[in-house]
Design a protein around this ligand. Sequence first.
Ligand code: PRP
Ligand code: URA
Length: 214
Amino acid sequence: MYSSAVPVHLVTHPLVQDALVTLRDARTPLEAFRRTARRISVLLATEALRDVPTREVTVQTPLEQAPGRQVAGDVVVVPVLRAGLGMLDAVLELVPTARVGHLGLRRDETTAVASQYYAKFPRGLADSFVLMIDPMLATGGSAVSGLDRLVEAGARSIRIACIVAAPEGIAVVAARYPDVHIYTPVVDRELNEHKFILPGLGDFGDRLYGTLES
Ligand code: PRP
Ligand code: URA
C-alpha cells in the first residue's frame, strides 16, 4: 500500500517494472509500445482482480473429480477513451465474460480539464465488480469524472487500474472516493505546468495510436 490512509496498491512485480521502462522510453516504437501496454495491463489487472468474486466448483478431470474456484458474478471493465482501450484486451483475456462500458473523456489541451463526450455502460452495475482502466492518472480530473458517472449509473464496487499515477491525481481521487482502490506500478514525482506527469511517459494516447504532432 502507498500509505495506510489511501488505498493505493503499488504493483512492484519485476515484470511490471520492466514493462514500465519500455513504455517510458521515448525511443520505443508504436508497435512495441502497444504490445507492452497490453503486457503490463495483464499483470496489473491480475492484481486489481485479486478479490473478484468466485464460487466453489467441482470439475471432472480425466482421472477423478477436482475442486476448484471459478469467477462468479458480473465483472464490468470500463476503459476511459482513448488511451484506456490500450488496456482492454488484456483484461478481456483474463475475464472473457466481462461486460464492457465505454467512457469518452478528453482533457482540454490548455486547461487540462476533462470533459465527457461519450458514455455507454451495461445495465445493473449495482452488483457488478467494476474495473475502470485508464493508463494515466494525472490531475485526477478524468478519473473523478469517470467515477462520478459510474456512481450515477449505480456502480458501488469500483477499482481503478492505471500505468502511471501522479501524487496530485491520487490525492484528488482519494479525497472524493476514499473507498476506491487504485492499482498502479508507480507514483511519479509531480505534474509539470501543462499537467503532464514527470517523469511520466508522455501522452499515452498519442504514443498508442501514433498521433504525436512531431
Ligand atoms: C489522458 C489519459 C487520462 C487523462 C489523465 O487522456 O488517458 O484519461 O489524460 O489526465 P487527468 O488525470 O489530468 O484527467 P486524454 O484526455 O489525453 O485523452 P486520450 O486518451 O484521448 O488521449
Ligand atoms: N495524459 C497523458 O497521456 N500523459 C500525462 O502525462 C498526463 C495526462
